[in-house]
Design a protein around this ligand. Sequence first.
Ligand SMILES: Nc1nc2c(ncn2[C@@H]2O[C@H](COP(=O)(O)OP(=O)(O)O)[C@@H](O)[C@H]2O)c(=O)[nH]1
Ligand SMILES: [Mg+2]
Length: 175
Amino acid sequence: MEKKIAVIGGMDHGKTTFIKAVAAVFGAEVKNCSGDDLNIGRTETEIEFKGKKYLFFDYPAMDDYEENIDGTEDAAVWVVDSCEGPMFGSREMLALCIERGIENYLLFMNKSDLVEDEEIVELCEAETREVMDEEGLFSDDYPSVSGSAKKAHWDPESEWGAKIFEAVEIISEIA
Ligand SMILES: Nc1nc2c(ncn2[C@@H]2O[C@H](COP(=O)(O)OP(=O)(O)O)[C@@H](O)[C@H]2O)c(=O)[nH]1
Ligand SMILES: [Mg+2]
């Protein structure tokens, strides 16, 4: 059975780029699935890893998540812009996932190519974990990877690509 991995996070924090990076690293196709008028622009890719299939997907807006997240997802990747931290709106998205029954989470601290001071990433991650705690998760239980979806998408063979690989490896362990 295919594992379903929701990619969540604030607008422009890099959800779709993360999916493109996963596709690039695993040599998979990216699909832009346009649905009906209410529900357009789902991006997805399906990869195979260690004999299992994983479907990564995101949507453009909170409404789409509201409509589609149903708890059958095996995990969620929370993509956070490392320059900004958890954006207003992403808390609601996390709360929705928790409420609908998603239990497994990976934090992906994105855009680390733009951050000069490593402390900023750490601060943003700490803020993100605070949101998780406030939403009732025990944030220490959840892994994180910091990387750059954009760089990995451009150059999947690079060290940035290796970070995406690491993220998928972790997902295969938690999902
Ligand atoms: N510098 C940099 N830009 C990124 C990175 N990931 C995404 N972006 C850019 O951020 C913008 C928003 O990305 P997108 O994936 O569409 O965000 P989404 O709204 O969360 O799906 C785009 O211009 C991306 O090229 C990254 O790791 N580094
Ligand atoms: Mg998107």
